[in-house]
Design a protein around this ligand. Structure first.
Ligand code: PEP
Ligand code: MN
Length: 348
């Protein structure tokens, strides 16, 4: 942290700032130029609130130099994190596609969805069993039974599975039933849930909150990592802006920016990012072209019958056509699409 004094700051004001720094355990390094004094603070900046220093008399500005996210940041780990999950690697040269329905609705529906996902070239099956619905009157998901259907459908088609957790009490169930645990946008800052998941030996797919900055997303990743879980996949899924023609505004610039800030894999969810299937396809293509390590796409065997997010779900033929294009883009990016193979049970 660097504290920049205003040009007219007095010696007494400079001394007050130095004293305040020393009191909080920092080493203060003073440098006096021809017009102003700058004080470098060396120490645990994570424990100090820069605003406390901005309030002191004579202070013009306080600038953080190092990021508050140490484990998630590139500064402390330059090489990319690669996550192995049930026979698939995320964050390496391969682009990994995760596809499936918004919600697991029945055994038949999730099996059909798994067949469509596998046929198109997805490696991971998605499907919500516990749904975070805005209204309590909407379909809430099949719960534990749905997770069982999802896992069985995934295994039958050689796919790993990912599903969203809502409640800390369900952690043991998720550890047993899924390969990747999803933390949804609404729970990105559910710190109790993050702390609980930090103790789990399973990859976590962490979605960006709808009004979260990238720095806040990385601090949520830091909660998981500082508790011991280094297997974090970041997911851009659109943020709320003043624009109303799409469900959310898909922030594709988040991909290169997150890649520069962090070593963690970055995937993109163009389904929640746009909200309408016609827009999902071009944004999925764009995400891969912008360097995403993977996609999370909603695919439903019969979208018109879907109990949630039918409008943004791709029917199987649309997903297959998208994957043909994704293959071309992946090649242009000097990458490959993760190849089909049997999903193997990872150790819990
Ligand atoms: C989902 O993936 O089904 C979901 C609810 O996503 P989000 O948390 O991004 O809204
Ligand atoms: Mn959905």
């Amino acid at each position: 942290m660097v504290i920049v004094m205003s040009p007219g700051a007095t010696e007494e004001q400079v001394q007050k700032v130095i004293e305040a720094l020393v009191e909080r355990g920092f080493d203060a390094h003073r440098s006096t130029g021809s017009t102003r004094t700058v004080i470098g603070a060396v120490g645990q900046t994570g424990r100090a609130d820069p605003r406390d220093f901005r309030l002191l008399d004579g202070v013009a500005d306080v600038v953080r130099i190092s990021e508050p996210y140490k484990l998630a940041g590139r500064t402390f780990q330059s090489e990319d994190t690669r996550i192995q999950v049930a026979g698939v690697e995320i964050g390496g040269p391969e682009v990994v596609v995760m596809a499936g329905p918004c919600a697991v609705e029945s055994q038949k529906q999730v099996h059909e969805a798994a067949a469509a996902a596998a046929a198109g070239g997805a490696r991971i099956l998605r499907g919500g069993a516990f749904k975070p619905r805005t209204s309590p009157y909407n379909f809430q998901g099949l719960g534990a039974e749905g997770l069982g259907f999802l896992k069985a459908a995934g295994r039958e088609h050689g796919l790993a599975v990912v599903s969203e957790i809502l409640d800390t009490r369900d952690v043991p169930l998720f550890v047993e039933q899924v390969d990747i645990i999803q933390v949804g946008a609404r729970n990105m800052q559910n710190f109790a849930l993050l702390k609980e998941l930090s103790r789990v030996r399973k990859p976590i797919l962490l979605k960006r909150g709808m009004s979260a900055t990238l720095s806040e997303l990385l601090l949520s990743a830091e909660y998981l990592m500082s508790g011991g879980n280094r297997q974090v996949i970041l997911c851009e899924r659109g943020i709320r802006t003043f624009e109303t023609s799409t469900r959310n505004t898909l922030d594709l610039s988040a991909i290169p920016v997150l890649k520069s800030m962090s070593h963690l894999p970055v995937i993109v969810d163009p389904s929640h990012g746009t909200g309408l299937r016609d827009f999902v396809v071009p944004m999925a293509r764009a995400a891969v072209a912008a360097g995403a390590d993977g996609l999370l796409v909603e695919v439903h065997p019969h979208p018109e019958e879907a109990l949630s997010d039918g409008a943004q779900s791709l029917p199987p033929e649309m997903f297959t056509a998208l994957m043909v294009q994704i293959r071309v883009i992946v090649t242009a990016m000097d990458r490959t699409l993760a190849q089909p193979g049997a999903a193997v049970d990872a150790e819990a």
